[in-house]
Ligand binder design. Structure first.
Ligand code: SAH
Ligand code: SF4
Length: 426
């Protein structure tokens, strides 16, 4: 979502005489787009502006700070970091045309509101990175209030974008030559619930996008487990352009912990969803997210997370140690906090089980033929080595004299390692 926001920010600025430069030392305006999901990412943002702040002594640059940390810290940031010129929140990206003019006039500007700034987004260019994957946000915000998570506070309540605007944006990206559309949302499968018309569901959106002419593929992230409807699974099955890939964060393998996290499912319900999807699609991969050391998590409960990864044969998981976030419910359970060394020891064990799961998952595909999209070509020892990605999100390496970036190629898999699989062009 941040990458997508950044592409939109650069796109808006391009209407006001700015262009992206490779070397930040040469820039007149530097903006850090921040993430506050964990303290580590917020700290990275603070230290980045500290570095830029020093550059101001040598050059009259302007420094901006936006995204979720800005939304959280608000006006305090201008006081705390006097070298900042511009602070804007997650709801204020489309206010940038006026904000940037005020900054250029020498004003220090802070624009953070709790509701989205109304503007016709379609009038602005989107400065997309690369030419393969186009990120398209379809729903912003979250209504779930998981007890550990700051997203509802930084991104606000769920707001779905207009169905036809999304379809137009996708058509434009495909006509510009993009080979992949990734639909984005904190809970992408909640799409349309706030619009209350029958047409606006993720399943229908996939069906509509699938009709767009041309060879390309469609992905969607992130799915909330219990919002995956049968209709959505049917749509993925019907639509040949939609990838056999589901990212469905489980967070914990223990039902008691899930309850304390305010997740709306237990281990068995999550398992049933995974099985339903696996039974339907031949080459599907299902990936997940897990948190180690949630407040009050016992050793036995943590072991349920390890056993869930194995039992459900999850193909890969993003993992994190629990990080207390301001305003969230769980951050107040200080007496239940797990000591840092135990939290990180659990994270290490979680990562080890995750590695084993990833190897096992990669091995499943040996002998299978997968269609891949070529992402990179490298010459080594007189051979062209290709990096590509299958529909199920597996990284696939192979050699080819002809494959070019952006090509779709069929590859028969003959070897598997931890982070990738290898094969031969067929
Ligand atoms: N909407 C998605 C997740 C979005 S946040 C869902 O509900 O599944 C991305 C991931 O960050 C989460 O899946 C979670 O694993 C992790 N995360 C969120 N808050 C966290 C916290 N306080 N500490 C550690 N990890 C966290
Ligand atoms: Fe955060 Fe996802 Fe829970 Fe929303 S559903 S509060 S984004 S973890």
């Amino acid at each position: 979502m941040n990458k997508s926001d950044s592409e939109r920010i650069v796109g808006i600025l391009s209407h006001f005489g700015y262009e992206e430069c490779e070397n930040p030392r040469e820039a007149d305006l530097l903006i850090v787009n921040t993430c506050s999901i964990r303290q580590l990412s917020a700290n990275k943002a603070y230290s980045q502006i500290g570095v830029w702040g020093k550059w101001k002594k040598h050059k009259p640059i302007k420094i901006g700070f936006c995204g979720c940390v800005a939304q959280q810290d608000k006006k305090g940031l201008l006081k705390r970091f006097p070298y900042l010129d511009l602070v804007f929140g997650t709801h204020n990206i489309y206010e940038l045309p006026t904000l940037i003019q005020r900054v250029e006039n020498g004003e220090k500007v802070c624009a953070i509101t709790d509701t989205a700034y109304k503007a016709d987004e379609t009038q602005y260019h989107i400065s997309r990175k690369g030419n393969l994957n186009a990120w398209i946000p379809i729903i912003e915000g979250c209504n779930n209030f998981c007890t550990y998570c700051i997203v509802p506070y930084t991104r606000g309540r769920e707001r779905s974008r207009d169905f036809d605007v999304i379809v137009e944006e996708a058509k434009r990206a495909i006509s510009e030559g993009f080979k992949e559309i990734t639909l984005l949302g904190q809970n992408v499968d909640s799409y349309g619930k706030d619009l209350k018309d029958e047409k606006s569901t993720l399943a229908n959106l996939l069906r509509e996008l699938n009709k767009i002419e041309g060879k390309f593929r469609i992905r969607f992230v992130t799915s909330y487990p219990t919002d995956i409807t049968d209709d959505l699974i049917d749509a993925v099955d019907e639509c040949e352009k939609v990838c056999e890939y589901f990212h469905i964060p489980m967070q914990s393998g223990n039902s008691e912990v899930l309850k304390k996290m305010n997740r709306r499912y237990n281990r068995e319900q999550y398992k049933a969803i995974v099985e339903k999807i696996r039974n339907r699609f031949k080459h599907v991969t299902i990936t997940s997210d897990f948190i180690a050391g949630f407040p009050g998590e016992t050793e036995e409960q943590f072991e349920d997370t390890l056993s869930a990864i194995k039992e459900l044969q999850l193909d890969y998981s993003n993992t994190a140690a629990y990080s207390p976030r301001e305003k969230t419910v769980a951050a107040k359970w200080i007496e239940k906090f797990i000591p840092e060394e135990i939290k990180y020891e659990r994270l290490e064990r979680l990562n080890e089980v995750n590695k084993q799961a990833s190897i096992a998952s990669n091995k499943k595909f040996v002998g299978e033929t997968l269609e891949v999209l070529v992402e990179g070509v490298k010459e080594k020892d007189g051979k062209r080595q290709i990096t590509s990605r299958a529909g199920n999100n597996k990284i696939v390496h192979f050699e080819s004299n002809t494959a070019q970036i952006g090509d779709f190629v069929n590859v028969k898999i003959d070897a598997a390692s931890l982070w990738c699989i290898k094969g031969q062009e067929v």
